[in-house]
Ligand binder design. Sequence first.
Ligand code: APR
Length: 317
Amino acid sequence: MGKKVTVVGAGFYGSTTVQRLAEYDIFETVVLTDIIDGKPAGIALDINQSRAIEGFETKVVGVSTDPATGAGYEAIEGSDVVVVTAGLPRKPGMSRMDLLEVNAKIVRQVAENIKKYAPNAVVIVVSNPVDEMTALAQLATQFPKNQVFGQAGVLDTARFTNFIAEELNVPVASVKALTLGSHGDTMVPVPSRCTVDGKPLSELLPAEKIEELVVRTRNGGAEVVALLKTGSAYYAPSAAAARMAKAVAEDSGVVLPVCAWVDGEYGISGVYLGVEAELGASGIKKIVEDKLTDSEIAGLKEAAEAVRAKQADVANL
Ligand code: APR
């Protein structure tokens, strides 16, 4: 049996994620769902018509679901992975946290249907605020915690990498960077793991310049929102989510920074937080606890405390 992946939410994030997943040509089926009548089917038809040009065989299936009854969700049965993009994006001036209540209702409803129709699926959450929505999806599905995780670090790291490459005018491939922590104000850049052609970033740029790039990375989403005015980023975010789904589908064991359940690592417990983890068919195979400096660990602990209370609150949303 070929692999099957579902993307819930046929907005900008969901549709670009589906396109990337289909073009990998590693899945038998990519299912796209939304509550809007016709939209997922229209996107599926359009992407399938690109198959002869792009040269992939994956079939995309678009299905509209009824938020009240869950009708339509039968289509996700047997999914190996489900990527949850359903929910409102930010408008200029909004923080991700401003989406908490409205997106919690949506993500809970989606998660309950995943539990019912695809109980073995690994769930990757991208809806914002992602650290909280990931915690909520785990609560609502009651899936093992390694089976549910969120996307943030791959995107933040890619943004940071892009800014470093542009600043130094070097290929992005020569830059290795890492961000951990939450997706937002307590994002934790990891200078000890940032190098360009193997040289520490701190030897190539003055501390103030690095801090400037860190701040720009932390506000990377807001910068795009301010320019777009009608929605939030989706090209880089969908690249991140699709890579994570690919790692699960291929049981690759690749290590990526993701929003994962932390249980003792770095002296932190009981919270979903951005850390490095090995991804595979079961979801998080293991959290990779690397050597960090004291100040990096302090940043991670601060991030954990910043998201802990809000994650507890989602139980009541
Ligand atoms: N089930 C399925 N889909 C839903 C539901 C639901 N209960 N509620 C809303 N949706 C769909 C909307 O109909 C819409 O098509 O989610 C889609 C969201 O699409 P966009 O508004 O284009 O937002 P997008 O840019 O895709 O962002 C989605 O990802 O990065 C985050 O902050 C962002 O939370 C936002 C999410």
